[in-house]
Ligand binder design. Structure first.
Ligand SMILES: [Zn+2]
Length: 256
């Protein structure tokens, strides 16, 4: 059945299950011991190329996660101690495999949220979150803010629902230019496609991403956490190159 027709006749959950089964059924083709996926705990002879520029060693043949997911999971395990502590967690735009792992941790009180995603537990607008002030110890927000009309408002909301000693972990696609590119003339999906290369983007973040986050009342640390491993181990775990995790903590004395 052609893909557009499948999309019409199958609900989103059924399509996700089918996709999962498809990848599971193919993963035996890549049996081996050269690489190890932290998220599905599978060993394979290789990760697969992925992305428009076909990054090598990117995609897990079984669980369909990419470098940034595996790096974040490593960080969560080692730095956040995600498996050990009772934490209130909010996961924005949940990646299905990451969500499965987090839901399985009984020490967490876990919510996931997205505007439309069928896998999210709550359907919310990140610019106006329905949660009370100071609820969460940890918020995960990976590759979301470029797709939000007002990223400053979204960051203010994330800070509002974070505990004063909580952590917001951010990942974003960063372009090499110094300043974030925002074109006020790009109003329609077609214009945004021309301006940013994707119709659902509202900006292309530059190297000033950390400063933009800090401007909304956070202290921000940019961590290239793959460097905690040897180059051989980085390759074996498929952690990618130059992927940064931004650790943002609320500035306590910042006026709201
Ligand atoms: Zn995997």
């Amino acid at each position: 059945m052609p893909l557009p027709l499948l999309k019409k006749v199958l609900p989103a959950h059924a399509r996700l299950t089918l996709r999962k089964l498809y990848w599971l059924s193919r993963s035996w083709l890549y049996a081996g011991r050269k690489v190890y996926c932290l998220l599905c705990e599978g060993s394979f002879r290789t990760f697969l190329p992925f992305g428009t520029e076909r990054r090598p060693q990117a995609l897990c043949p079984r669980c369909h996660t990419v470098e940034r997911h595996r790096l974040l999971w490593l960080f969560l395990q080692e730095k956040v101690k995600i498996t050990e502590k009772p934490l209130e967690v909010l996961h924005m735009a949940p990646e299905p495999r990451m969500q499965t792992r987090l839901k399985g941790l009984l020490n967490l009180r876990y919510r996931s949220a997205d505007l439309t995603s069928p896998v999210a537990m709550d359907h919310v607008d990140i610019q106006a979150l329905p949660y009370p002030d100071g609820l969460f110890d940890l918020i995960l927000c990976s590759h979301v803010l470029a797709h939000v009309p007002d990223d400053a408002k979204a960051l203010q909301e994330l800070r509002r629902v974070l505990k004063p000693d909580g952590q917001l972990l951010l990942q974003a696609r960063l372009h090499p230019h110094a300043q974030t590119l925002e074109n006020p003339q790009a109003l329609t999906p077609q214009q945004r496609l021309q301006a940013y290369g994707q119709a659902d983007r509202f900006r292309n973040f530059g190297q000033d991403f950390g400063q933009r986050v800090a401007a909304q009342g956070f202290s921000v640390e940019a961590m290239e956490y793959a460097l905690s491993r040897t180059p051989e181990e980085q390759t074996r775990l498929g952690l990618g190159k130059k992927e940064i995790i931004f650790v943002a903590t609320p500035l306590v004395h910042e006026a709201k």
